[in-house]
Design a protein around this ligand. Sequence first.
Ligand code: GSH
Length: 240
Amino acid sequence: MIEFFGGSAPNPLKVLIAMEELKLSYISHNLDIINGALKTPDYLAINPNSKIPAIVDSEGPDGKPMPLAESGAILWYLAEKHGQFIPADLRDRYATLQWLMFQMSAIGPMFGQYVYFTRRVENQPHGVERYTTEVLRLYDVIERRLGESRFLACDEYTVADMATFPAMRYVKVTGLDWSKYPNITRWLDEIAARPAVIRAREVLGHLDLDDKIDFTPDQWDRLFNRGKYSRADELSAETE
Ligand SMILES: N[C@@H](CCC(=O)N[C@@H](CS)C(=O)NCC(=O)O)C(=O)O
């Protein structure tokens, strides 16, 4: 049995998709990210980085409970444990790792910053320009890749696709000309139609990154560690 700690966001959706694809039994906990649920000692023991998602697998590799954080690591762990969605062929296996790392290091963080600068803060044109350009560059990388391969890593659906689908599908890039991305469209439609992905979306429930989320200004500041939660002034002494 897996205990899953998530909430309404693209990173938890990756893990829900994997658990549904693998037909695992799990209990899902929705954590209240805005009111300190990620900062409790119990949760920090599961995810030292105090983010969602995380899991505790009651049957870890040594038979004991296994806590694990970082969506990419969780996907790899579950897929490897259950022998699916990571190809056996070594070339395809390392390609899967490559595209999973690409999601974790590029798509995830850059799309996150894009959402921040376009929707969560005002009057930061340099941030809007930088992350819009980067998101478009990443769209081009994926479009090219999906022009030569049915799925990201190879012709099989892998954990790299499960990791990359949520941000590509649900982060709305304003003004995007979809006619430039026929391969991404084909790939998104195929993944979105998978029964496991439909189930995962139902479990996740509401997910709309464009919504006017009902947080107070102080809650936004706390979420993004800004305003009175910023630590930038701690470094001022070191500039001398
Ligand atoms: N690299 C991490 C990123 C996790 C992450 O940033 N999660 C967001 C939700 S998508 C979160 O926990 N936000 C709440 C916060 O930062 O306090 C992963 O892939 O698991």
